[in-house]
Design a protein around this ligand. Structure first.
Ligand SMILES: [Zn+2]
Length: 678
């Protein structure tokens, strides 16, 4: 046999054994036999360097030449993922994404391994180069070091070009063994893995027990239309795929198809996704590698392309992070905030710190009890965390202020009006309705985007108008002569004109917005919408119902308890409130819900609470069915409860059908539903 042929043969054979040993854990030959073949190849390559390939199995041992890591451009999109921190947030994301897709789609759940991200580029099936993530557009070429990782196939059975994304990591047990040799020099497996990728000597890297799991493939040819098929293909090319991967879909046929394609992974109906995520959260500690969350992505490639990308993230995937992002900083001050309804909230002013990509300088402290549990005082060093979009919270005190260790004491009186604070439940309240801070807050709330949307007067402007005494209450917003502002610094004609315009425009806001904007306790957007749906579609109807002081009139409304009913009766019997409403009415605000022009439709579903499940031929996405129900006065909720009156059940309804049967809700199929709409 000629030398070149023997070199190729040995290479192929040795790479296969490396794969069997390192990826499959099923060696076919003894170590001794392996070493014999390896030495033969090494010898032949030394004598015939012209035949030695870059992807030879001998390259796994690395070289002593200094590596450089030139920058190279990525040719596939290497974006980071958007993040969810709560199960609720994740469920919302799944529901929203399904709605956008407009059809039954599959979701693949994968572990988010805490390692170093890598993109492997293959040319004609052979590893050509490996780039770090870098800034997503350009990464560092770390190919020589990557070649030493024995779980990465250097030569594959593929003949075309493709790219693979994966995570390089070190298992916890390997890390411990390795780190012990170096007197625990490294702080964690992730740092060692990320650092090793940039080690200048690949011979050193070869000694580090690095591993890889891959999770995305980009093929030039024969592109499959679903992620599971791509994973299957990668696995068939000897890549290591994480077996802790799962597939969920509302369509049972799609589930069994996936099961056939990839029997190693877990599958289930879409209703089981949340439970699976919770379970993975609990069992993460039992893994021999670190994960910091899960990745949930759409299976269908065409849907992914349709949804596309924001400037930072794909819209078709999200990361569910187990831990909220945290940071450490100093509490510089603790201030008391009083809300429009009098509730007192302590707020920590922080030394600004970066957390989850934004600078944070304030954190909520909830109430007095919370401060006492933390034993928090000014000057303390603290851990803060950010969950979802809410403002960050102080989690714990790391170091007390050494010069003046103290625990913050709540003041006895409102710092704005000096009236005595009253504890009601977990919170303190300023009960003074004339409290200037409360009034100012109610004005800020009234004009905000979600309410009357008077966007030309923000918090700063109101602070100014209020401090000057130009505006003392909500009706003053409409009564003040804004031309007066032309005498003030910073108010040019154009600006004043814009303020006047947007205030005038706000008069066209519908009754539902006006009522919610008044900010009465217990009367948020959802409650207002329920009131209107239940026939209380004008302020006069509400006021005359409240005048009867009969709690049941309001507590009968679905979703209203006795507390809300009592609050309504109080609000709409209060003389000051009634005067304020009368004043705003005269100004021209809407206090009656306009009958919607398009609906001459009778409210045949009034008082009914529907849940929609499964998929439909004519109501795709399901929000179409929801709209029909709402148009006819019904309400739609996402989960079955004892209050559910109707379940609209399409094909593959899942567990909701069972639940609805138990609750004795009426089960309606698509044909029946269509009849009901006629
Ligand atoms: Zn006050």
């Amino acid at each position: 046999m000629d030398t070149k042929k023997r070199i190729d043969q040995l290479s192929t054979e040795l790479l296969r054994h490396q794969y069997l040993y390192n990826v499959k854990n099923e060696p076919e030959i003894s170590d001794l036999e392996y070493d014999r073949l390896f030495d033969e190849l090494l010898n032949l390559e030394e004598q015939n360097p012209q035949y030695a390939s870059e992807n030879s199995p001998t390259k796994r041992v690395g070289s002593d030449l200094d590596n450089t890591f030139p920058e190279k451009e990525h040719t596939i999109p290497v974006l980071s993922l958007d993040k969810e921190y709560t199960g609720e947030g994740l469920e919302k994301w799944v529901a929203k994404t399904m709605g956008k897709a407009g059809k039954n789609i599959g979701f693949v759940v994968e572990e988010k391994i805490d390692g170093a991200s890598i993109v492997l580029y293959y040319k004609m099936g052979r590893l050509d180069n490996a780039l770090t993530r870098g800034n997503g557009l350009v990464g560092n070429d770390v190919t020589e070091n990557i070649r030493t990782i024995k779980q990465i196939p250097l030569i594959t059975g593929e003949t075309s070009d493709f790219a693979v994304r994966g995570e390089i990591f070190i298992s916890k047990s390997d890390f411990e063994n390795y780190n012990r040799k170096f007197e625990n020099r490294y702080s964690n497996p992730r740092n060692l893995a990320a650092g090793s990728l940039r080690n200048i000597k690949s011979s050193v890297v070869a000694q580090i027990p690095m591993n890889i799991l891959v999770y995305e493939g980009y093929f030039r040819e024969n592109t499959a239309n679903d992620h599971i098929s791509i994973l299957r293909r990668l696995k068939d090319l000897n890549f290591k795929i994480n077996p802790n991967t799962a597939f969920f879909c509302a369509d049972s046929e799609s589930v069994s198809l996936t099961k056939n394609k990839f029997p190693e992974i877990a599958t289930g109906s879409i209703d089981e996704l949340s439970a699976y995520v919770k379970e993975r959260m609990k069992t993460r500690e039992t893994l021999d590698y670190d994960i910091d969350g899960l990745v949930i992505k759409i299976n269908e490639i065409d849907v992914r392309e349709n949804l596309g990308y924001t400037s930072h993230h794909p819209r078709w995937a999200t990361a569910f992070k187990f831990d909220a992002p945290t940071a450490q900083t100093i509490v510089e001050n603790i201030r008391i905030q009083v809300g429009r309804n009098g509730r007192v909230t302590p707020v920590a002013t922080l030394k600004p710190v970066r957390i989850a990509g934004s600078t944070v300088s304030r954190a909520t402290l909830h109430n007095q009890e919370y401060i006492e549990i933390l034993e928090l005082g000014t000057g303390d060093r603290v851990d803060i965390s950010k969950r979802g979009d809410i403002i960050p919270a102080v989690d714990k005190v790391i170091d007390k202020n050494s010069e003046n260790p103290s625990v913050f004491k709540f003041p006895g009186t409102c710092p704005f009006c000096l009236s005595v604070l009253i504890k009601d439940g977990a919170h303190h309240f300023c009960k003074n309705r004339e409290c200037p801070e409360r009034i100012k807050r109610s004005i800020i709330y009234f004009v905000a985007k979600d309410q009357m949307d008077i966007d030309t007067i923000g918090k700063k402007t109101i602070d100014f108008l209020f401090s000057k005494g130009f505006i003392k209450n909500i009706p003053d917003i409409y009564k003040f002569n804004y031309d007066r502002l032309l005498q003030e610094e910073g108010y040019k004609e154009k600006k004043v004109e814009n303020i006047k315009k947007s205030i005038e425009k706000s008069k066209t806001q519908p009754f539902s917005r006006v009522l919610a904007a008044l900010g009465f306790d217990g009367l948020g957007k959802a409650a207002v919408s329920d009131l209107i749906k239940n026939g209380f579609d004008s302020i006069d109807k509400i006021i005359s119902a409240a005048a009867k002081r009969d709690i049941e009139i309001f507590s009968d409304i679905e979703g209203f308890g006795e507390t809300t009913a009592r609050l309504l009766i109080d609000h709409f019997n209060d003389r000051e409130n009634l005067e304020k409403i009368e004043e705003l009415k005269k100004i021209g605000l809407n206090f009656k819900e306009e009958a919607r022009v398009e609906t001459g439709i009778p409210a045949v579903f009034a008082g009914q609470l529907w849940v929609i499940t499964g998929s439909f031929e004519n109501f795709n996405p399901r929000s179409k069915a929801a709209k029909e129900i709402e148009k006819r006065g019904g309400r739609v909720s996402t989960s079955v409860s004892s209050k559910t009156t109707h379940l609209l059940s399409g094909s593959s309804p899942g567990s909701k059908l069972e639940k609805a049967r138990k609750q004795k809700s009426a089960i309606i199929n698509e044909a029946q539903f269509s009849d009901m709409l006629k």
